[in-house]
Design a protein around this ligand. Structure first.
Ligand code: MN
Length: 159
């Protein structure tokens, strides 16, 4: 009986995942959206249209957060830090990642980016192509994110 319920539940989960994928195919965004787009992120944290979606909530055993953000072209996070750092895995598109005091780094599908703890940085899409990025925030017992000021148009433009 327990097995039957487990099978039924996994069957439902598969079906839901398939439905989501098909929904995303009709999205105006031409990038391969693996995960649901989610709601538009707050202007308190993002410039432009960014859509963060939580995929894994941290708990007492797994103290790691994981999620996806879809950034439309031109959209980016505000400057911020993570107390235990962050790992980004880019699943599609082209974007920018910048650690304060360093040049903007162009990031694209297949790139993996590590940002050290308590280092001020931002990330987002390039001006012409959007970005699909997975984020992983470890050791959430130390905190998740400290938000700071927006990235100005001047800071965003690669010279
Ligand atoms: Mn970050």
């Amino acid at each position: 009986m327990v097995l039957a319920v487990a099978l039924l539940m996994s069957g439902q989960a598969c079906q839901t995942a398939t439905e989501n994928k098909e929904t995303m195919k009709t999205d105006e965004n031409e990038l391969n959206a693996i995960f649901p787009k989610g709601e538009k992120g707050s202007e308190e944290f993002f410039t432009g249209n960014a859509y963060p979606t939580s995929l894994v909530a941290s708990d007492s055993i797994h103290t790691t957060l994981a999620g996806n953000v879809y950034f439309e072209p031109g959209a980016r996070s505000h400057w911020h830090t993570h107390p235990s750092g962050q790992i980004l895995i880019i699943t599609d598109g082209v974007g920018y990642h910048q650690i304060e005091g360093q040049p903007i780094e162009v990031i694209k599908k297949g790139d993996v980016v590590k940002c050290p703890p308590n280092v001020k940085h931002w990330h987002g899409a390039s001006p012409d192509v959007g970005l699909q990025q997975l984020y992983f925030i470890p050791n959430t017992e130390n905190g998740i994110v400290e938000w700071m000021e927006p990235v100005t148009d001047e800071q965003y433009s690669i010279k």
